[in-house]
Ligand binder design. Structure first.
Ligand SMILES: Cc1cc2nc3c(=O)[nH]c(=O)nc-3n(C[C@H](O)[C@H](O)[C@H](O)COP(=O)(O)OP(=O)(O)OC[C@H]3O[C@@H](n4cnc5c(N)ncnc54)[C@H](O)[C@@H]3O)c2cc1C
Length: 292
C-alpha cells in the first residue's frame, strides 16, 4: 500500500518488533509508525481503513507475543510524548493512552488521589491497562475509569463512559477501538498513607517476580478460586522448559524467554501448560497474553 505523501515520513517498513516487546522476540511489522501528534494517529488510521489494512496498537509491549512471521499490517506505537500527557482536575485525572501506568499511579498518589495505587508495578501503558482491564489485589482498573476517548476504525473520535465500555475480569469491550486517553474518577485521600500503601505493595510485587527484569510475561488469567501460580505448581510444571523458553521455577505463572528463545517455542510451552493443566485439573486456562 502507499500512504498519503504527508504521512510517508512516519512509515517504516519491516520494522522488527522483538526489541519493542517485553519478551524480546518475534518478527517484524510490515508497516510501523510512531506518530508524534494525535492528529497523525487519526490520519494513519483513516488511511489504513481506506486501504483495508489491519491496524494494531502497541503500548509498552508487556502483554504481546509476536509470531515469527510478524504482523502483516500497520503497527502504531503510542510511545511518543504526544500520547503520554497527564492532567488533574479535582478528583479526576486524565492520562494519554501512551503514558506509563506506573507514572499515572505515582502522579495520582502524589496528588492525594486514591484508586490506582494497588496497580503499582504492573508494567505497561495506560491504554494497554484499560483495554485489558489490568487488575491486582482483586481490584481492576475499570472500576475507577470515568470515561475513555477512543478512535473508531475509520479514524473518527468518540468518548465512552464507564457503563458503555463493559469491563469484565481482564477484559473490556474495546477490542478493535484505539484508546487515545482515559479519565479516572479517583478519591481524595491523605498523600502520606497512600504513599505508604503504594510502597508496601511495590515491595510485595517485586518480591513475587522472577529475577529477570525483562524478557518475561505473565500469560494466563487466574481462573476463579485459584491463582495460576498455585495451579501450575500443583501439577508439577514449575520450571518446565521448551527450547529456550521456560516457566520460572519459583514463580511459574511467569514465562521467561532466555537467549535464543523463539515465539514458536513460547507458543508450544503455553500449549503444553494448558494441556497438562486441563488434563490434570479439568481447568481450561485462558490467555491474557495477546498473540500477534
Ligand atoms: C512482569 C509482568 C507482570 C504483570 N503483572 C500484571 C498484573 O499484576 N495484572 C495485570 O492485569 N496484568 C499484568 N501483566 C500484564 C500486562 O502488564 C498488562 O496487560 C498491561 O496492562 C499491558 O499494557 P501494555 O501497554 O504493555 O500493552 P501491550 O502489551 O502493548 O498491548 C496489549 C494489548 O493491548 C492493546 N493495546 C495497547 N494499548 C492500546 C491502546 N491505546 N488502544 C487500543 N489497544 C491497545 C494491544 O493492541 C494489545 O492487544 C504483567 C506483565 C508482566 C510482563
Amino acid at each position: 500500500m502507499t500512504f498519503p505523501d504527508d504521512l510517508n515520513h512516519l512509515i517504516r517498513n519491516d520494522e522488527p518488533l522483538g526489541p519493542l516487546v517485553w519478551l524480546g522476540i518475534g518478527g517484524p511489522a510490515h508497516y510501523f509508525a510512531e506518530p508524534v501528534e494525535e492528529a497523525e494517529i487519526e490520519r494513519l488510521v483513516a488511511a489504513a481503513a481506506a486501504a483495508n489494512l489491519p491496524v494494531r496498537i502497541l503500548g509498552d509491549g508487556s502483554n504481546v507475543l509476536v509470531r515469527e512471521s510478524g504482523v502483516d499490517g500497520l503497527v502504531i506505537s503510542l510511545s511518543a510524548a504526544a500520547t503520554s500527557g497527564m492532567s488533574i482536575d479535582g478528583t479526576r485525572m486524565t492520562a494519554g493512552a501512551g503514558a506509563k501506568l506506573s507514572h499515572a499511579v505515582i502522579k495520582a498518589v502524589g496528588a492525594g488521589l486514591g484508586g490506582l495505587e494497588h496497580l503499582v508495578g504492573i508494567p505497561g501503558s495506560v491504554g494497554g491497562a484499560v483495554v485489558g482491564n489490568a487488575s491486582s489485589d482483586g481490584r481492576d482498573i475499570g472500576s475507577v475509569v470515568h470515561s475513555v476517548t477512543v478512535l473508531e476504525k475509520d479514524g473518527s473520535r468518540r468518548t465512552l463512559s464507564q457503563d458503555e465500555i463493559g469491563f469484565s475480569h481482564r477484559k473490556s469491550s474495546m477490542s478493535g477501538l484505539i484508546v487515545l486517553s482515559v479519565t479516572f474518577e479517583l478519591e481524595s485521600r491523605d498523600v502520606e498513607s497512600l504513599t505508604k500503601r503504594m510502597q508496601k505493595l511495590w515491595i510485595g510485587r517485586n518480591a513475587s517476580r522472577p529475577s529477570e527484569e525483562r524478557r518475561i510475561t505473565m500469560p494466563f488469567i487466574d481462573p476463579d478460586g485459584m491463582p495460576t501460580k498455585d495451579l501450575i505448581q500443583s501439577v508439577g510444571l514449575a520450571g518446565l522448559r521448551e527450547g529456550d523458553v521456560s516457566l520460572d521455577s519459583n514463580q511459574p505463572h511467569y514465562i521467561v524467554a532466555h537467549s535464543g528463545a523463539t515465539s514458536d517455542q513460547c507458543l508450544r510451552l503455553i500449549e503444553r501448560v494448558r494441556e497438562q493443566v486441563l488434563l490434570q485439573t479439568g481447568i481450561d486456562l485462558q490467555l491474557n497474553l495477546q498473540i500477534w
